[in-house]
Structures are given as C-alpha cells and as structure tokens.
Design a protein around this ligand. Structure first.
Ligand SMILES: Nc1ncnc2c1ncn2[C@@H]1O[C@H](COP(=O)(O)OP(=O)(O)OP(=O)(O)O)[C@@H](O)[C@H]1O
Ligand SMILES: [Mg+2]
Length: 159
C-alpha cells in the first residue's frame, strides 16, 4: 500500500473529532486504535470523536489517566485506555486487552508505552504544529489490518 492518504492536518479540535467520527463507522470488536503524541496533542479529542461516531454520549469521554480504562456504552461499544501512568515499557497483561477487544473496539492513549503489536493496532500519531494545528499520521500501516487502513484513508478523504 502506498503512503498516500495516511496524513491529515486539522486546524480545530472539531476537525480532529470529525476525522475520528468518520473512522468510527468502520470499527468492530477486535479493532485497536493506538494513539501517540505529546501531552495536549489531541488523543482524548480523537477518542471523543470515535465515541461521537459510535453514537455515544461524548460527555463521558475523559482522559482515563488515573483509572487506565473507561468503557463507553452498554453493552460496551468502545474501550478507552491510557498508558501514561504506566510509563515506558508498560506491562499490560493485567488489562486483559484480549478480553476487552472481544466485546468492542478499543482506543489506547500513550500506546507507545507498551508493545501492542500482537493486536495489530492502527497507530495514529498526532503532532502539535501550532496552537490549533495538528498533523495526524498513521505510522507503519503494514502492521494494521488492511481494512483499518482503508477505513482511515476513507475518513481522511471525507475531510
Ligand atoms: N486541531 C486540534 N485537534 C485536537 N485538539 C486540538 C486542536 N487544536 C487545539 N486543540 C486542543 O488541544 C487539546 C488536546 O487535548 P487532549 O486532552 O485531547 O490531548 P491528549 O493528547 O489527550 O493529552 P494527554 O496526553 O494529556 O492525555 C485540547 O485543549 C484541544 O481543544
Ligand atoms: Mg488524553
């Protein structure tokens, strides 16, 4: 697959949320969205957009920095994890990612703190390029299922 269509620049938080909402339409149980980028990049904003796209109450979406895991919807429609507090080299065995992914897709903030490769994540990296300017890029798309990369490209094209 070529690298075209893997990047998008947003200029508002609403733009980032809208991209994620378009991607959400394609998500199914087992799908993992790995989010990386510095503090305040917009990882939680992206998850808010996923929740909106799944028809969930976006007011519930908060960075789960202190609890590691939130679940939205009943039955679960989206899992939201944040590995910030675990730090680099996080051991995530206790989080039972397999079990979570059985019921719904998951989005993980600070994903780079753990080795998520066995779960074949779509790795979205958000770079801060200005007050409200964010570059969103899929890294190593070959590690994700083609279906997720195609869905990402469609979400970008719909911008
Ligand atoms: N284009 C944009 N996309 C996303 N967020 C934006 C954008 N422009 C400005 N922002 C602002 O950047 C901040 C992003 O915060 P958010 O909590 O989503 O970051 P985060 O990556 O989850 O940070 P943390 O690592 O602390 O969890 C918000 O205040 C949001 O309003
Ligand atoms: Mg966050």
């Amino acid at each position: 697959m070529s690298g075209a269509g893997l990047e998008l620049t947003t200029t508002t938080v609403a733009g980032t949320e809208a991209l994620a909402a378009r991607l959400a339409a394609a998500l199914a149980p087992g799908d993992l969205i790995a989010l990386d980028g510095p503090l305040g990049a917009g990882k939680t904003a992206f998850v808010r957009g996923l929740a909106a796209g799944l028809g969930l109450d976006v007011r519930l979406v908060k960075s789960p920095t202190f609890v590691l895991h939130h679940v939205y919807g009943s039955p679960p429609r989206l899992h939201h994890l944040d590995l910030y507090r675990l730090g680099p080299g996080a051991r995530i065995g206790l989080l039972d990612l397999d079990g979570l992914l059985d019921s719904a897709p998951a989005a993980v903030e600070w994903a780079g703190h753990a080795d998520l490769e066995p779960w074949r994540p779509l790795n979205v990296v958000i770079d801060i390029a200005g007050d409200e300017i964010r570059h969103l890029t899929v890294h190593q798309p070959e590690r994700a299922p083609d279906r997720l990369v195609i869905a990402w490209r469609a979400a970008v094209a719909g911008a």
